[in-house]
Design a binder for this molecule. Structure first.
Ligand SMILES: Cc1cc2nc3c(=O)[nH]c(=O)nc-3n(C[C@H](O)[C@H](O)[C@H](O)COP(=O)(O)OP(=O)(O)OC[C@H]3O[C@@H](n4cnc5c(N)ncnc54)[C@H](O)[C@@H]3O)c2cc1C
Length: 405
């Protein structure tokens, strides 16, 4: 049996790592050090059904408490790793104890960017959504007739906007870039999603920054926008991106650059230390990227578990993602980064449509809106490395399955 594996962080990647390790019959001693008070849980519902109060925390847990003891996994909740001594291979914990390791794994995730205090970021009524406590506090505020301002038109902001609108709030979304979802999706997808929100009465203002939030008695009451206009608000939801939790790794002398740099086997610049999930920067097609998704957290963690158990197979990301807004399901396969062409294909049902991405003629990703067939076909085409014939793809009468032939 090998020496102890210490996992720093208790989220999606941490759980996937230890579950896979045990599934591979690797019985080394394992300790998870998790700063949150809950057992590992899923975050995606926090801006969807959990925020709508259609789910409770126990339904978000990957496994109940008994699973950890049955699998001989020591999990320390409400405990933070505060320092790493790579020389002696020890970590210091917030409860004053010290733990030795043979292998260390960073699964520390990321921290949401907040608005600075001088522009009102510290006022009551201003929220981010990263953990279940954030979602609990925000859910309390979601009451019919109240006014919500969402700052940032990325997936989390738009999902929160959909929940707020569903709760009967008046919702405004401001996005500083020219269009919502600019960082992650094509102009065609942005237009479809914009239409979905506008048809439900959300006021989406693109190319619009925030000047400052205005408060009364410490509580937000209004927002002054970059064009000089002022809008009254009761609640502000800030969805302006996340910052990888790499400070501990940096202090320990590991290579970092907006995340912990790893190789294709998930190893950091110290071969005894791995990093995975939102905190890791990995090599991909000659670039260094950080992927913020369940797919990456799980697949990278499982690849690292296999490596610990003796495999030499590198991690090759096969990105997929989803977002739920109202009754609309957006599913994405592939990675549209650097696309130079898109093709919009209407689906079979009303409201279903897909956007296909190409780079230098090669098919690289699909966004499927209420169109599971397009998603599944796109995923299979990507796996097989097939670029579909454009004319056939554009023809709504083409059976998508035939593109796989
Ligand atoms: C609201 C929301 C909605 C999302 N929706 C989707 C979606 O629809 N689809 C999708 O694919 N992805 C979605 N994501 C992203 C997805 O949840 C993340 O990519 C995933 O959780 C990353 O897993 P992780 O283990 O790397 O980090 P996390 O799950 O964030 O876990 C990291 C944990 O480590 C802890 N930690 C940090 N530092 C320390 C330390 N020093 N000591 C101990 N513990 C520490 C943190 O407190 C945290 O609990 C969503 C995320 C959020 C927040």
């Amino acid at each position: 049996m090998s020496g102890r594996l210490v996992v720093v962080g208790g989220g999606q990647a941490a759980f996937a790592l230890v579950a896979k390790l045990r599934a591979l019959k690797d019985e080394r001693p394992v300790t998870i050090v998790a700063s949150e008070e809950s057992l590992p849980y899923q975050r995606p519902p926090l801006s969807k059904k959990y925020l709508l109060r259609e789910m409770t925390l126990d339904r978000l847990l990957y496994r109940p408490e008994a699973w950890y003891s049955e699998h001989d996994i020591d999990i320390r909740l409400s405990t933070t790793v505060t320092r790493i001594d790579r020389g002696s291979k020890h970590v210091a914990l917030s409860d004053g104890s010290v733990l030795g390791y043979e292998t260390l794994a960073f699964a520390t995730g990321a921290t949401p960017r907040r608005l600075p205090a001088p522009i009102g970021g510290d006022l009551a009524g201003v929220y981010v959504v990263r953990d279940f406590k954030d979602a609990d506090l925000l859910a309390e505020e979601m009451q019919p007739g109240r006014r919500a301002l969402v700052i940032g038109g990325g997936y989390i902001g738009l999902e929160a906007a959909a929940v707020a609108r569903t709760c009967g709030m008046d919702v405004t979304v401001i996005e500083m870039a020219d269009r919502i979802l600019q960082r992650v999706a094509s102009a065609a997808t942005s237009a479809i999603v914009r239409g979905i929100h506008r048809s439900r009465g959300v006021d989406i203002r693109e190319g619009m920054g925030l000047h400052r939030l205005i408060g009364d008695n410490g509580r937000v009451t209004a927002a002054e926008l970059a064009d000089g206009s002022t809008i009254a608000v009761d609640v502000v939801i800030v969805g302006i991106g996340i910052i990888a939790n790499d400070a501990l790794a940096h202090e320990a002398g590991l290579e970092t650059a907006n995340g912990i740099i790893v190789d294709s086997h998930g190893r950091t610049s110290d071969p005894a230390i791995f990093a995975m999930g939102d905190c890791a920067v990995l090599p991909w097609q000659g670039m260094r990227i950080r992927l913020e998704s369940v797919q990456n957290a799980v697949d990278q963690a499982e690849a690292i578990a296999a490596i610990l158990a003796g495999s030499s197979e590198p991690y090759d990301p096969k990105p997929w993602f989803w977002s739920d807004q109202y009754d609309v399901k957006l599913q994405i396969a592939g990675f549209g980064l650097g696309h130079d062409e898109t093709l919009v294909r209407p689906g079979q049902r009303e409201g279903s449509v897909s956007v296909w991405y190409f780079r230098q003629g090669k098919f690289i990703a699909v966004d499927a809106i209420n169109d599971a067939k397009a998603y599944v076909t796109g995923k299979k085409l990507l796996e097989a490395g097939i670029t579909p014939d454009r004319a056939k793809l554009a023809d709504p009468d083409t059976d998508l399955k035939s593109l796989l032939a």
